[in-house]
Design a protein around this ligand. Structure first.
Ligand SMILES: [Zn+2]
Length: 248
């Protein structure tokens, strides 16, 4: 999970949210509760939140990834407009822009109607995930005994096989990049001519760039990669070497 910035509310929502909500609230009054509204009628009344203009305004804010697990649609199912506070419990939030979040089908299914109003989970638009989560090997864990992070991990099943598997694949690549970087550092240290030193320095910079590309926000699981690099000794050493050379 990475920190996201909530985008501007799209015009279609500003224009229509009150009317859409009024129709829904009228139906709740007519049938007695949100649950009692007949399925087809409920679907018709609520479906506006899935309007293409709403998706077009919301999805780029998470780089077209799931805001929770950072999975891409091809791996974890379509990205959907998720209600942070479930609309079945908080129908008045059905068309609230601040309540929308792009989520993959799998996170959405895991979260179901979990009552975030009673037991809050991390919202990457409002919370800084780095302050709540850390990674240990291929597992995501709470920082210290952060209860909100713990609840988020369990509600969204963030340590299920569907997420541990891609983390494991990334980890293999990162380990291999890290070993290559160690060798590149040794090669640079043993270079015995200026020409060799320049060549090895270029190689080192290229290796750093390849690893840093994995942390770009539009890449799947970029938060996981960033966390790995933040404690990857050869990567940090290589960065230090390059920064020293630039300052010479
Ligand atoms: Zn997800």
């Amino acid at each position: 999970m990475i920190k996201l910035s909530r985008p501007q509310k799209p015009a279609i929502l500003t224009r229509n949210e009150q009317a859409w909500l009024k129709s829904l609230m009228d139906a709740i009054q007519k049938y007695g509760s949100f649950k009692e509204i007949p399925k087809d009628e409920k679907n018709k009344l609520t479906s506006h939140y899935r309007h293409d203009e709403i998706k077009a305004a919301l999805f780029p804010s998470s780089f077209n990834k799931c805001a929770f697990c950072e999975g891409k649609p091809q791996e974890n199912g379509n990205i959907e407009v998720e209600h942070f506070l479930p609309k079945s419990i908080y129908p008045s939030e059905t068309f609230s822009w601040e309540n929308f979040l792009p989520s993959c089908r799998k996170c959405n299914d895991s979260k179901l109607a979990h009552d975030t109003g009673v037991e809050p989970i991390i919202n990457p638009y409002d919370d800084e995930p780095d302050e709540h989560f850390r990674y240990c090997d291929i597992l995501i864990k709470p920082v210290k005994d952060d209860q909100k992070a713990q609840k988020t991990i369990s509600v969204l099943s963030l340590n299920s096989a569907r997420l541990m598997k891609p983390r494991a694949e990334i980890l293999i690549s990162l380990h291999s990049f890290s070993s290559a970087l160690e060798e590149a550092i040794q090669d640079l240290e043993s270079a015995d001519s200026e020409r060799k030193r320049m060549h090895k320095t270029r190689k080192l910079i290229e290796s750093i760039e390849i690893m840093e590309q994995l942390t770009e926000t539009h890449k799947a699981y970029s938060g996981y990669c960033k966390s790995y690099l933040n404690s990857c000794a050869p990567f940090l050493a290589a960065k230090e070497i390059i920064s020293t050379l630039h300052n010479l």
